[in-house]
Design a protein around this ligand. Structure first.
Ligand SMILES: [Zn+2]
Length: 487
């Protein structure tokens, strides 16, 4: 690769970010990197043609049907060249997890559901040290834990104050103030996990939506109830957040619609579609698996969970040992806490969500010390291999839209950097994912959740390969903070 200085000089020669679209590429122009002869697929323009991609200074400077010359070259013949995948919902925010997401084609990994209580701290810890682009929302769950006086942690146990105690008016105002402060510090969105903070009043939820609306930030929300048991069903929960969005004007993004809605997924997709048609800015997401995963000590397992989800102890899998649970082992593990897989999502719900035009793909990845959910390593490859190629649930271009363009569009009004992501076009960031459409497939399982997929051969972040010939590199850190403008 050229040095930064050389790249800058080249950038100037090319009149950065590249030659005008009507200008034929000069045969004498040399690029930092040329991606040779791949099938370029751009979900925004619909381009689906064999092209050479010329990269200069981390950006796409040329897309040419004629061969280009470059200092470095990647032979992409037989591969799809897609926009790098943008994961809106990834709980793994350390080097191990970013490497797994990169192997699955991700160039931007965001923790927008639970988020952080300390936006500046989150970004400072990672700046200049990551493989992929990164970011986190200002999170109502961690903010409420801090305001209510719980110790910091990923999720509150259902007996913790953040989960079990209503806030006073003063505490609600303090929660709102901290959400506002996080937004002022450039958090891309507001995160909520209302099921983990069940004592939060409807009023408190609306106050948080108000802050999001003021900042033009979407609220990425895990809803208050899951399952199909009325009156406290996932429909009630969806109505709560649709109402909060309608009243306040905040954009709404419902996380993992299928794992919350289970057998109600199709009817909830219709509600979301109807709200959207009436002008509400509402979107949603899913991951391609029939099991969810969360902490066994959390509010998800409060009294009545078997009834509302329509499952039993044997539908829970304890990854630490691989055992299916019983009433006895559940009672033993619940007070200690730990990640548990929940087989509650009908396959039809996964397929309905993946096929729906308002649904994006987001991994909800979670992996600690090698234990976790296979979605952490396999989400995108599974969509492309199982649901596009094998089951034909959705066309390849539509899948790429859900993996790249739609997440960029969800965030681009608040975070202008996303206008140049999720697209393969002149001037866009050279965040690119190259995969073999005939071979791409997930390999991670519930017993081996960290096994990387096959068929994703190159992943580039700002033109720098972070995955090369299917192998994750550990010697580069091209990832950048993605953050809204500071106020
Ligand atoms: Zn969740």
């Amino acid at each position: 690769m050229r040095t930064t200085r050389d790249a800058l000089v080249l950038g100037l020669c090319l009149v950065a970010p590249g030659p005008r679209a009507d200008q034929a590429p000069s045969s004498t122009t040399s690029y930092d990197l040329v991606i040779r002869g791949g099938r370029v697929m751009d979900p925004e323009s619909g381009l689906d043609e064999v092209r050479d991609v010329g990269v200069v200074n981390g950006r796409i400077a040329e897309l040419s049907a004629e061969p280009l010359r470059g200092t470095a070259r990647i032979d992409a013949r037989g591969l799809v060249v897609a926009p790098g995948f943008i994961d809106l919902h990834a709980h793994g925010v350390d080097a191990e997890n970013y490497a797994l997401r990169a192997a699955d084609g991700v160039t931007t990994s965001l923790e927008l559901e639970i988020g952080t209580a300390d936006v500046d701290g989150f970004y400072a810890e990672r700046e200049g040290r990551t493989l992929v682009n990164f970011g986190a929302s200002i999170g109502h769950v961690p903010v409420r834990m801090a305001v209510m006086g719980d110790p910091p942690g990923f999720l509150p146990a259902s007996t913790a104050k953040a989960a079990a105690e209503p806030a006073t008016d003063a505490q609600v105002q303090e929660v709102a103030r901290r959400i506002r402060a996080g937004l002022d510090r450039g958090a891309p969105a507001v995160g909520m996990g209302i099921q983990y903070t069940q004592a939060a009043s409807r009023f408190e939820i609306v106050e948080v939506f108000r802050e999001a609306a003021r900042a033009g930030a979407a609220v990425h929300v895990h809803m208050r109830y899951n399952g199909t048991k009325e009156p406290l069903s996932s429909t009630t929960a969806l109505e709560e957040v649709l109402a909060a969005a309608a009243v306040t004007g905040a954009p709404l993004h419902v996380v993992h619609v299928h794992s919350t809605s289970v057998a109600f997924t199709a009817r909830h997709l219709r509600l979301i579609e109807e709200a959207h048609a009436r002008g509400l800015d509402v979107t949603t997401e899913c991951y391609p698996y029939t099991a969810g995963m969360t902490d066994i000590s959390s509010g998800v397992f409060d009294e009545g969970w078997r009834d509302s989800l329509g499952i039993d102890y044997g539908d829970l899998l304890w990854p630490a040992t691989g055992e299916r649970l019983t009433a006895e082992t559940f009672a033993r593990y619940r007070p200690k806490g730990g990640l548990v897989a929940i087989f509650s999502i009908p396959e039809g719900a996964v397929r309905a969500a993946l096929a729906h035009p308002l649904v994006m793909v987001a991994s909800d990845s979670v992996l600690r010390d090698g234990l976790g959910h296979p979605r952490s390593a396999g989400t995108n490859a599974r969509v492309l291999g199982l649901y596009v190629r094998e089951q034909k649930v959705l066309p390849l271009m539509e899948a790429l839209r859900k993996l790249s363009l739609m997440p960029a569009q969800r965030l681009e009004r608040r975070v202008p950097a996303f206008r140049d992501k999720g697209r393969v076009r002149l001037g866009a960031d050279a965040d690119l994912t190259l995969f073999d459409p005939a071979r791409v497939v997930d390999r991670s399982t519930y017993s081996t959740p960290a096994t990387p997929p096959e068929g994703i051969l190159y992943v580039l972040v700002a033109g720098v390969p972070v995955v090369e010939r299917g192998r994750v590199r550990r010697d580069v850190t091209p990832g950048r903070a993605v953050r809204a403008p500071l106020r």
